[in-house]
Design a protein around this ligand. Structure first.
Ligand code: BGC
Length: 738
């Protein structure tokens, strides 16, 4: 195929080739000289194919499609298989609608809870985001539809997203912000990558050669197409040179002319045009729907899957006195306008024209006919509606149990701008406090795209986080409230007590041009761990209607990995799923490091009383860190602690292991080498004797205080102790000969 496409390209005129490098319109690639065109469409949680008037912000209606839960919720499933099935469902819808490439998932890291698009992203943890995204991409692409993974990279805020620069140190960039993309590129080979609007360290991503070519293609081996986010190209010629292939949606004739002119003036090598044109044609040939035959797909079946996905993802945050599942023999009051007008999807390009929305109130009433309901507040207002609130309080007084729906209104969070607060509107917070004062069994059900403050947390016994649960929001919420489904979701992000607790609080959106990532590696749980600070709800937290015991941890070191075996037992009365999280801590290396990092996870279904032996692997990459000085991943030998946990703060089993895989790097000894490094090395230590420094050193280290001082003393400072320059040089020379 490559030969055929190369010969097609060689027969095109410069203008025709230049035409191919921008979209024909909002959603189609260009068509030149009889070559096929192809449609692309959003999005991550349902198809947003706009047949008529087009826009990038979800303003105009698209075809009817099933709206699946947003990634903020699906990530809480910690379930690779479910994400792959989600991908397959999305692929089927795209195929049936003759869309060749789906724009999504967005896999940017959740750095700040204020970021407007957090609902569309998976996690604050790159391992989790990468694993789930890879499964999703594989699922879509199995159906013959391509994926554009977005937004590459470090697009962690919405304000000034077209121009702001994400200023990040190299190690954090590699270990946090690029890691999920790297995983997806290397393991799922997405058809395309979408470069984001922002700059990294001053260079716009659409013109960032290091990002689009050096890292993406040369280091990771990406061989698909790079397209721009919609309108992200500021200088098309510079973008092509950097490695962009397709500008979307394009500026019509102006886009073609600027390229033709640049080639004619010698500013742009025609080979670069050929390369990008080839990639466009390759993408179209590989992913366009093959014929005009209509592919049918079953929307009702997809709706059922949307419900199952939400069922397996919703997170039970708190459940004191077993308030949930609800006692269906006792009265239940439903309160909160979000019960009848739920928020189930995010705003912007992810917005879907949903097939069949079932509200929580409808789902609860379908199951139980004696449900009383009061709105209690108006969603889009902050002010208390006293009459509505009083009616809700009166209802709560008479009910045995209250389910209070609360959440962020859509005007609060969407693509295109960041939030200013993570507090619920005042009227909702006030109502919850009032309800808790008159009823001891209030369950708060949250509908929101990202972490939220809960000033009333101590007053209510139960909280259920449903995020933006998709069109089956009502059915899934009732499945959990009623106990028909045992909750198994776990948070893919930390919930701080106060926004100000978050490590990015001082810097996020502090400057219109520069977003400075001063917190470095300490994002999300990595920060709370290091600060020994307990968040409101930690990363990985989620309760169940049953309990799980962990036992018998066994670590087995093989030639290139560690196998972690352990047992989980369901010790309760009902079947349930548990996600075990495997974290790793580096105990010996001197590098700056987090307390622990998530390196694997496994979800298991257990009947009451059942035990299963589980086995997960930690590969060598899990033990590596990115060393900017080497411009590579570095594997350090040493002692590691392997932790098997039910959440990032609920550690169940731990064991240490020594690794010795890394070939020892030659230690270069200089006058600046610290004496302690020589003493910790048996062969080098022997040289001390040869140069007659052993007695002096032994004497110096004989007390612990001195030893510590010596640890901080370079060889050149030994002169102060009467060591001659000649001895120091001899020591260095012999050591380097070793
Ligand atoms: C968004 C992308 C989206 C594109 C097309 C942009 O505004 O950032 O995520 O795929 O529009 O709708």
């Amino acid at each position: 195929m490559f030969q055929k496409i190369a010969s097609i390209i060689s027969n095109l005129t410069l203008k025709e080739k230049a035409d191919l490098l921008s979209g024909k319109d909002f959603w189609f690639t260009a068509t030149v000289n009889g070559l096929a065109k192809m449609m692309v469409s959003d999005g991550p949680s349902g198809l947003r194919k706009q047949a008529d008037s087009s826009d990038a912000l979800g303003l105009n209606k698209s075809v009817v499609a099933v709206n699946f839960p947003s990634s903020a919720l699906t990530a809480a499933s910690f379930d690779r298989d479910l994400l792959e099935t989600l991908g397959q469902n999305l692929g089927q819808a795209a195929k049936a609608e003759r869309v060749g490439v789906l724009l999504g998932p967005g896999i940017n890291l959740k750095r700040s809870p204020l970021a407007g698009r957090n609902f569309e992203y998976f996690s604050e943890d790159p391992y989790l985001a990468g694993e789930l995204a890879a499964a999703y991409v594989k699922g879509v692409q199995k159906t013959g539809v391509g994926v554009s993974v977005k937004h590459f990279a470090a697009n962690n805020r919405e304000n000034q997203r077209f121009t702001s620069s994400s200023n990040i140190d190299e190690r954090s960039l590699r270990e946090l912000y690029l890691a999920a993309f790297e995983k997806v590129v290397k393991t799922a080979q997405p058809a395309t990558i979408m470069c984001s609007y922002n700059a990294i360290n001053g260079t716009l991503n659409s013109q960032n050669q290091r990002l689009l070519t050096k890292i993406l293609r040369e280091e990771w081996g990406f061989n698909g197409l790079v397209m721009s986010d919609w309108g992200a190209v500021a200088d098309h010629v510079a973008a092509l040179k950097a490695g962009l292939d397709l500008e979307m949606p394009g500026k019509g004739l102006a886009s073609t002319e600027e390229i033709v002119q640049a080639v004619q003036t010698g500013e742009l090598d025609e080979k670069i045009v050929d390369r990008a044109a080839l990639r466009v044609v390759e993408m179209v040939e590989k992913w366009r729907p093959d014929s005009d035959t209509k592919v049918a797909y079953d929307l009702d079946k997809q709706h059922l899957f949307a419900r199952q996905l939400a069922d397996d993802s919703i997170v039970l945050l708190k459940n004191d006195q077993h308030v949930l599942p609800l006692d269906q023999n006792r009265s239940i009051a439903v309160i909160g306008q979000l019960a009848s007008q739920p928020r189930y999807q995010g705003g912007g390009s992810a917005h879907v024209n949903a097939y069949h929305v079932v509200t929580p109130l409808a789902a609860i009433r379908a199951a139980k006919d004696d449900i009383n309901y009061e709105a209690g507040y108006q969603i889009d207002k902050d002010q208390i509606d006293h009459a509505a609130e009083q009616a809700a309080i009166d209802l709560a007084k008479t009910a045995d149990q209250v389910v209070a729906f609360a959440g962020f209104p859509e005007s609060f969070e969407s693509e295109g701008f960041d939030k200013k607060t993570i507090s619920l509107p005042d009227n909702q917070n006030h109502l919850i406090t009032q309800l808790a004062a008159v009823n001891s069994k209030v369950t708060v059900v949250l509908q929101n795209g990202s972490a939220v403050e809960m000033p009333w947390i101590k007053q209510v016994p139960a909280v259920l986080e449903t995020y933006l649960a998709g069109e089956a929001v009502g059915e899934a919420t009732w499945d959990i409230l009623s106990g028909q489904v045992n909750p198994s979701g776990k948070l893919a992000e930390s919930f701080p007590i106060h926004l100000a607790d978050n490590p990015t609080y001082l810097t996020f959106n502090a400057d219109p041009n520069d977003e400075n990532y001063h917190e470095g590696l300490f994002v999300g749980y990595r920060y709370y761990d290091k600060k020994k600070q307990t968040p409101l709800f930690p990363f990985g937290h989620g309760l169940s209607y049953t309990h799980f015991a962990y036992s018998n941890l066994k670590l087995v070191k093989a030639a290139d990995q560690v196998t972690v075996d352990f047992t989980i037992t369901n010790t309760g009365q009902v079947a349930g799923q548990e996600t075990a999280q495997i974290y790793l801590s580096n105990k010996t290396s001197q590098i700056e490091k987090s307390v622990k990092d998530l390196k694997n996870f496994v979800k298991v279904l257990l009947a009451p009383g059942e035990s299963k032996r589980l086995s997960v692997n930690l590969d060598q990459r899990a033990f590596s860190w990115y060393n900017p000085k080497l411009a590579d991943w570095q594997l350090d030998n040493g002692q590691y602690n392997v932790v098997v946990a039910a959440s990032s703060q609920d550690l169940r089993l731990q064991q240490t292991i020594m690794t010795d895989w890394a070939k020892s790097r030659r230690l270069h000894i200089s006058r600046d080498t610290y004496l302690i490094n020589i003493m910790n090395h048996s062969e080098l230590k022997a040289i001390l004797k040869t140069v007659k420094l052993d007695q002096l050193v032994d004497q110096l280290v004989s007390t612990p205080g001195n030893k510590a001082i010596l640890a901080n003393m370079p060889l050149r400072a030994l002169g102060m102790m009467g060591v001659s320059d000649q001895q120091i040089e001899q020591l260095i020379s012999l050591a380097n000969q070793q």
